[in-house]
Design a protein around this ligand. Structure first.
Ligand code: ARG
Length: 588
């Protein structure tokens, strides 16, 4: 459906033209004085110069052309030349009725569907999932869902960190603990047996131990580097161990992401890009893109007009080892070859911004991507504790995601059981659903690039700009709808009525902006805009609810109109939270 702001703008443009002015002056915006009007046009001010006329005269001419139209109940020229607009109630109601009939709640599928790969998650195998990766998962999932809703072809790739020194460390420590494993036999050539030689909790113990030893003991570190090197050279036994690490770790990661309602289409990782490296390096050398600098192979990526120093992109270290850069570039090669995307979006910690600038420039310069392939970095800020420092456990360690979620669910359970009598099993289930909303909304309601403070008390509150508040509003609507039905009400065949009061109209105005809210949010890759939208919507609904007797309304047709309005409100809210990556319970 056409956006309501577009419809209004078209109408005003037409009036400008009919009054003898350039239609381009007819741009309309949301009012910045909601006490005076709903929409406004400031075009007469700009036109004044061109036509050498007082702005208010132009505004008057335009307003005169709007007389008798169906779209506005009020169109006023006010000093010094604003055009203030209020929508006609019937026009607005009609828009919402059509929205309710529309299969996609008024949101049009894009006319130009794009193929997009979204690189998010980024968990490192053999390490427990920790809060550092939480934001990527939450933000990336929401952007993927928004893109899909708008009709784009979105492919989410978890891009696991499954390559490099961390693997050598695990191999080294495992060798210390289980020296007799067949994989450590240098002549191992065989297939590896199904049974992994460690459990996930053993694996999670192995990595931190190895990492600590390697910091204290240079010999140990050397051994780990050697193991990494041999793994990269293709030593069979080590590759078998890597496979085991991956299997055990990925099973666990899948469970964790599942609990977050985060789903990837591709479970690829850094190791998948390795086969592409040799040819890519050769190509960069052959084409003269890469040159040796102090023994290392680099590609210059500075550009004219840079205001700060952008160091060269290193492709190979002087010992010939590949780096994080190399892997990311080879991943681009792989993605272009296998999927040929129009766009790749990276949802990664903003501290990696310079790094991605180098990678993107290098990919462009060396033509790993097509000229019109868009590479986009969506950097997010840090989740901090109340002390303003990166979030830690009470003991000062890295917080595991599982513990964080358990903590939220516990808090939610307390709040739910404090509120009313409820079966403990149901309360537990509900706490999980509401807890996820607290966690995700707490994150997504902030602009992604900003740091934010993880505040469990605030996030789990039923009041204020929180996930539980939004869910509470949805549940409230559902409960009214259920009561209506239980009392024998049936609104099918009825339609949304015209607004009787300002609270009802405010609610209707916000509902009518759903399509533009979603489109804007995706265009700017900004889930926080969906949050801002539903917070407004929930507030408007609750205000309407408090000033209106919905079920006690005596006029049956008016009551049915309310019910239809509530249904639309519920559907829009539920669609929005689904775009954010969570859902609402039936009761809470
Ligand atoms: N595993 C990386 C980390 O923990 C994040 C990966 C981000 N994605 C990428 N294509 N580099 O920092």
């Amino acid at each position: 459906m056409k956006k309501i702001l577009e419809m209004i703008t078209e109408q005003i443009e037409k009036a400008f033209a009919e009054a003898g002015y350039d239609a381009a002056y007819g741009k309309v915006t949301l009012s910045n004085r909601p006490d005076l009007c709903e929409y406004q046009c400031n075009g007469a001010m700009a036109a004044a110069k061109a036509y050498k006329k007082a702005p208010v005269m132009i505004a008057n001419d335009v307003v005169a052309k709007l007389a008798g139209g169906e779209m506005f109940s009020e169109a006023a020229a006010v000093n010094p030349g604003f055009i203030n607009l209020k929508l006609n109630d019937e026009f607005l109601a009609d828009y919402l009725r059509k929205m309710q009939e529309d299969g996609n709640l008024s949101v049009e599928k894009t006319a130009e569907p794009k193929k997009m790969i979204i690189d998010y998650g980024g968990a490192n195998v053999a390490k427990p999932l920790h809060v550092g990766h939480l934001r990527s998962a939450i933000i990336g999932e929401s952007i993927k869902r928004m893109g899909r809703f708008l009709g784009h072809d979105m492919t989410g790739d978890v891009h696991l960190g499954d390559w490099g020194l961390q693997m050598g460390l695990v191999i080294t420590e495992l060798k210390k603990r289980q020296p007799d494993l067949i994989y450590f036999d240098e002549t191992f050539e065989g297939e590896y047996p199904e049974q992994p030689p460690f459990t996930i909790s053993e694996l999670e113990d192995i990595y931190p131990a190895a990492s600590a030893y390697s910091k204290e003991d240079p010999e140990y570190k050397k051994e780990a580097m050697e193991a990494t090197f041999q793994l990269q050279q293709g030593r069979r036994g080590y590759q078998a161990v890597l496979k085991h690490i991956l299997n055990v770790s990925v099973t666990d990661l899948k469970k964790n992401y599942e609990n977050l309602d985060v789903h990837f289409d591709l479970w690829k990782g850094e190791s998948d890009a390795q086969p592409y490296i040799p040819d890519m390096v050769q190509y960069m050398k052959d084409e003269g893109y890469a040159h040796l600098d102090d023994g290392a192979l680099v590609v210059d990526v500075k550009e004219e007009g840079d205001t700060k120093e952008i160091p060269p992109c290193m492709i190979l270290k002087s010992d010939g080892a590949s780096l994080y850069n190399t892997t990311d570039l080879a991943t681009i090669v792989e993605r272009m070859k296998l999927y040929d995307p129009d766009e790749i979006i990276y949802v990664v910690d903003k501290r990696q911004e310079l790094y991605f600038t180098q990678v993107f420039r290098c990919a462009r310069k060396t033509k790993l991507v097509k000229e019109d392939t868009k590479l986009e970095f969506l950097g997010f800020g840090t989740m901090n504790g109340k002390d303003g420092k990166p979030f830690k456990t009470r003991e000062g360690g890295v917080m595991r995601l599982e513990s964080l979620i358990a903590g939220i669910n516990e808090e939610m359970y307390k709040k739910i059981t404090d509120n009313h009598d409820i079966d403990p099993e149901e309360a537990k289930e509900t706490a999980k659903i509401v807890g996820l909303s607290a966690l995700k909304y707490g994150d997504l309601s902030n602009q992604a690039s900003k740091d934010y403070i993880f505040d469990i008390d605030r996030f789990t509150s039923f009041e204020g700009n929180t996930g539980p508040y939004i869910l509470y509003t949805i549940v409230r609507i559902k409960s009214i709808l259920n009561k209506y039905k239980e009392n024998g009400g049936n609104a099918s065949g009825c339609v949304i009525g015209t607004a009787a009061g300002s609270g009802e109209k405010d609610l209707m105005l916000i509902l009518s902006r759903f399509n533009s809210a979603v489109e804007n949010a995706f265009e700017e890759l900004a889930p926080h805009k969906i949050c801002a939208y539903i917070y407004d919507l929930a507030n408007a609904f609750n205000k309407f609810y408090h000033e209106t007797k919905i079920l006690a309304e005596e006029d049956e047709s008016r009551k049915a109109g309310f019910i239809k309005l509530l249904q639309l409100c519920r559907d829009v809210l539920e669609q929005c939270i689904s775009l954010l990556g969570f859902s609402a319970p039936e009761r809470m």
